[in-house]
Design a protein around this ligand. Structure first.
Ligand code: UT7
Length: 323
C-alpha cells in the first residue's frame, strides 16, 4: 500500500524574554526605523540563561502532541532540526525523546540551518512513504542568541530563539494531489557559497563560533533559489501558483517574503508572517509560523500550503502540503 504523511497537529514555543529594536539601539549603532524598514523585524524572543534548545523543542513538541491528540507513546521517530544543539553529542532529539517519556523508536538531529525544518520534514515524509514509520514528530528548534556576536549590528538584530513542531502520521494514499497530506518535498544544497553565511568556529576548529553573513549576497541567492524551488514543487505536482491557499515561508527578511508572495500572485492575507514578532528563528521559523496559522484556524483542512526556506550551506527547499 502507498502512504503519505498527514499533519495531525502543530505547536510552537517562544521563550518569555522579548528584546525590542529600541532595546538593541541602546547598545549598538542601530535604530528601530532601520531594522523595520530593511527586515520587517520589530522584536525577538531570547532564551533565558540555562534554557536550552531541548527545552524549547520539548515545549513545542508537547503542544503539537496536544493539538494532534496523539500520545507520546505513539511516536516512532523524532527528527529535530537545529544548528544550535544542547551538546556536540548526543543528538538534542535524544534529550527531547527522554523529556517526553519515550524509550522506543529513533530520535536524531538534522542540520540544514534555516532550511532545517524542510529537511526534517522531507526525511520523516520519506520514512513514512517507505512504510517504516507510522507516526513522526518533526521539530525545528534554535537558540541562535548563543551564537550571535552582539556587537555586530549586521547580524545580531536579525535572529531570535524559538521552536516549532508537527506530528505527522502515515495515511493510505492513491497519489492524488487533492488527497490530504504532504504532496512532495524538494531539497537542495550548494556548498560553493559556504562562506557567505556561517559560524566562524565549531568543535573541529577548536573555538566556538559566531554567525557571520554577507547579507546582500545571501539576499540575492535567497530570492533566486526560492523562486526556483517553488516552481519545482508546483511543476512536480502539476499545480499552479493560483492553487496555493497559504504561503508559509522561512522568516528571514520581510522583503524576501514579499517578493515571493508577489511572484506567486498571492494577496498579502495568504502569506503567513511572524517575522515582526519572532525575527529569524532559523529552523524554527517555518514550524512556528505553521503552528500559528493552523492554531488560529487560518489554515483549513483541504487547503494547499506551500512551505519554503533557504539558509546557510547554502541549503534551500520547499514542501507542498494538502492540509
Ligand atoms: O536565514 C538565512 C537567510 N538569511 C537571509 O536571507 C538574510 C538576507 N539578507 C538580508 O536580509 C539583508 O541583506 C540584511 C537585512 C542583512 C541587510 O540589509 P541590506 O539592505 O542588504 O543592507 P546592507 O547590508 O547593504 O547595509 C546597508 C547599510 C550599511 O551601511 P553603509 O555601508 O551603506 O554605510 C550597513 O552598515 O546599512 C548598515 N547597517 C545597519 N544600519 C543600522 C547594517 N546593519 C545595520 C543595522 N542598523 N542593524
Amino acid at each position: 500500500m502507498a502512504f503519505r504523511s498527514q499533519f495531525l497537529g502543530c505547536g510552537g514555543y517562544l521563550p518569555e524574554r522579548i528584546i525590542t529594536n529600541a532595546e538593541l539601539a541602546q547598545t549598538i549603532d542601530t535604530s528601530d526605523e532601520w531594522i523595520v524598514q530593511r527586515t520587517g523585524i520589530s522584536e525577538r524572543h531570547v532564551a533565558a540563561p540555562g534554557e536550552l534548545t531541548s527545552d524549547l523543542a520539548t515545549a513545542a513538541a508537547r503542544r503539537a502532541l496536544t493539538a494532534a491528540k496523539v500520545d507520546a507513546s505513539e511516536i516512532d521517530m523524532i527528527i529535530l532540526a537545529t544548528a544550535t544543539p544542547d551538546n556536540t553529542f548526543p543528538a538534542t532529539a535524544a534529550r527531547v525523546q527522554h523529556n517526553l517519556g519515550i524509550t522506543r523508536g529513533a530520535a536524531f538531529d538534522v542540520q540544514a540551518v534555516c532550511t532545517g525544518f524542510i529537511y526534517a520534514l522531507a526525511t520523516a515524509d520519506n520514512f513514512i512513504k517507505a512504510g517504516q514509520v507510522k507516526t513522526a514528530l518533526v521539530i525545528g528548534a534554535e537558540t541562535f542568541s548563543r551564537i550571535l556576536d552582539w556587537k555586530d549590528r549586521g547580524t545580531c538584530v536579525l535572529f531570535g530563539d524559538g521552536a516549532g513542531a508537527a506530528v505527522l502520521r502515515a495515511v493510505p494514499s492513491n497519489g492524488s494531489t487533492s488527497e490530504r497530506g504532504t504532496l512532495s518535498t524538494h531539497l537542495h544544497t550548494d556548498g560553493s557559497n559556504y562562506d557567505i553565511l556561517y559560524a566562524d568556529g565549531g568543535i573541529s576548529t577548536g573555538k566556538s563560533g559566531f554567525v557571520r553573513m554577507e547579507g546582500k549576497e545571501v539576499f540575492k541567492h535567497a530570492v533566486t533559489r526560492l523562486a526556483e524551488v517553488v516552481d519545482e514543487a508546483l511543476t512536480a505536482n502539476g499545480l499552479h501558483a493560483s492553487d496555493i491557499d497559504w504561503l508559509v515561508p522561512h522568516q528571514a527578511n520581510r522583503r524576501i517574503i514579499d517578493s515571493m508572495g508577489k511572484k506567486l500572485g498571492l494577496p498579502k492575507e495568504k502569506v503567513v508572517l511572524t517575522i515582526d514578532r519572532h525575527a529569524n528563528t532559523s529552523a524554527a521559523s517555518v514550524p512556528l509560523a505553521l503552528a500559528e496559522a493552523a492554531g488560529d484556524g487560518r489554515i483549513q483542512p483541504g487547503q494547499l500550503v506551500l512551505l519554503e526556506a533557504m539558509g546557510a550551506g547554502l541549503t534551500w527547499g520547499a514542501a507542498l502540503v494538502r492540509w
